[in-house]
Design a protein around this ligand. Structure first.
Ligand SMILES: *Cc1c(COP(=O)(O)O)cnc(C)c1O
Length: 474
């Protein structure tokens, strides 16, 4: 496929502008003049065809099954987009006077309350732009809290089943990280935790459910060990999908939590698109939340920057407002009962797949799972690997699961179907997985050389990452 620059034809354009009938200011620097910019020149139809063709070569949840573990690629209802596009939301300027933004401020105020209720936390900030940004914000709050009580704790504990961004966020904020091992059941090893906890430990960052797709069965004990030590429990709640309407992290003892609106609350994500990672805190940490807070007094919404203990701003204005509008629409659309159904069905679907696949594929942790589960390639014939399975799935129009993560499972295949998939879609996935296993036995090379039906065949993964080539011929 040609690059858009190669399709350019001098003088071709999508619009005809009238000649200026006013004097044009000649102050644009030369190198910004259109004729010096080397922009592609195309008609509207060329542009539409170019980008439509590119989108056909991509894969999204609107194209097919996308069981990408730890990412919750659920279907994003299109009504979310309709609401976010309303002119009163989409065209509002963030610097417009508060009295002209009452509707937007009300929406932000209300979703903070909804998230508090859903998760059992005291207060929320909506500023962080993604999950990892929410983690960083949380760790900044934890740091400020200990500073405020004159304790210089410098360690954050991270279980080996945590999401990879957790240690990065802690380190980025100047903490040392210490790993806590999991036990045989996939829980935090309590004996180990008791051994390494000390007055230097500020917090433990618990991905919950963890990256094995398992709820830690001892979470209340973990919270108690931390709290008795004056430490805080941080919950990475990116996987809130597994708990919606059923379990509230705040009730389990979480002091800080981050959510991923772009996962659990159905706003499109991937490819670095905008996300939203709100952070919820317990009462004693509220005063450290980023500025400004939204206040509701005398029937009027306003912005409050008067809090001297705040960690400051972590994003301009209110975060990614459009994403928040979509999540708000999703929550209001489903209501309390609908959210609970979503959570329960996410867990039911994952367990359906787990049980149907565990006879033929190795399941390292044999427990009821949360919204996802992890297989391995241990039982594959002829040393066919996880990567081979992932590539072969693409030939069937199925996105690959998350692979080789978490690191504590060799050859991990992490599968998350989400609640929006039907039993027919899941049954097809089961059939395809079993077919691939059979093929690995009868014709292993066919699996090893997959994909066969895509625009791009099997790439040299290392070379592809080092020598990026975005231009290829069919
Ligand atoms: C996705 C995810 C993150 C990171 O979220 P981003 O929005 O990609 O920054 C953190 N923790 C867990 C458990 C996740 O699944």
């Amino acid at each position: 496929m040609k690059l858009i620059f190669e399709k350019s034809s001098p003088g071709r354009a999508a619009v005809d502008l009238n000649e200026f009938d006013v004097e044009v200011e000649k102050s644009i620097p030369n190198n910004y003049l259109r004729e010096n910019l080397n922009l592609p020149e195309l008609a509207e139809i060329d542009v539409i065809r170019h980008y439509s063709e590119l989108s056909r070569r991509n894969f999204g949840v609107d194209f097919g099954f996308y069981p990408l573990g730890s990412c919750t690629m659920k279907y994003n209802p299109k009504i979310n987009e309709d609401v976010a596009k309303l002119s009163g939301f989409a065209d509002v300027h963030p610097l417009a006077p508060e009295e002209t933004q009452q509707g937007s401020l009300q929406l932000l105020f209300e979703i903070e309350k909804y998230l508090s209720e859903i998760t059992g936390m005291h207060s929320y900030t909506l500023q962080p732009a993604a999950g990892a940004h929410g983690e960083l914000t949380s760790v900044m709050i934890i740091k400020k809290y200990f500073k405020s009580i004159n304790e210089a704790r410098k360690i954050i504990l991270i279980p080996d089943s945590a999401h990879g961004t957790n240690p990065a966020s802690a380190a980025h904020c100047g903490f040392e990280t210490l790993e806590v091992k999991s036990d045989k059941k996939g829980n935090v090893d309590i004996k180990e935790l008791k051994k390494i906890i000390s007055k230097d430990v500020a917090a433990l960052m618990l991905t919950y459910p963890n990256t094995l797709g398992l709820f830690d069965q001892n979470i209340e004990q973990i919270a108690k060990i931390l709290h008795d030590n004056g430490s805080l429990l941080y919950i990475d709640g990116a996987n809130m999908n597994a708990m919606l309407g059923v379990v509230r992290p705040g009730d389990l003892g979480a002091d800080v939590i981050q959510l991923n609106l772009h996962k659990s609350f159905s706003t499109p994500h991937g490819c670095g698109g905008p996300g939203s990672g709100p952070v919820g805190v317990c009462g004693k940490l509220k005063k450290f939340l980023p500025d400004p807070r939204i206040k509701f007094e005398n029937n009027n919404y306003s912005l409050d920057c008067s809090n001297k203990d705040s960690i400051g701003k972590v994003h301009c204005f209110f975060g990614n407002f459009g994403v928040i509008v979509k999540a708000y629409t999703y929550i209001r659309g489903l209501g309390a009962k609908g959210l609970k159904d979503a959570g329960e069905n996410a867990v039911l679907n994952a367990n359906y797949l787990r049980v149907k696949l565990m006879d033929e594929f190795d399941l390292p942790y044999k427990r009821t799972c949360a919204h996802e589960f992890v297989l391995s390639d241990k039982d594959m014939p002829n040393h066919v690997t996880t990567a081979d399975i992932a590539k072969r799935l693409l030939d069937y129009g199925i996105h690959a699961p998350t692979i080789y993560f978490p690191l504590i499972v060799h050859g991990a295949i992490m599968i998350e179907p989400t609640e929006t998939e039907s039993i027919q879609t899941m049954d097809r996935f089961i059939t395809v997985m079993k077919k691939i296993k059979k093929e690995a036995e009868d014709n292993p090379d066919r699996v090893r050389k997959a994909p066969h039906n895509l625009f791009v065949k099997r790439l040299d993964a290392v070379k592809a990452a080092r020598k990026i080539d975005v231009k290829w011929e069919r």
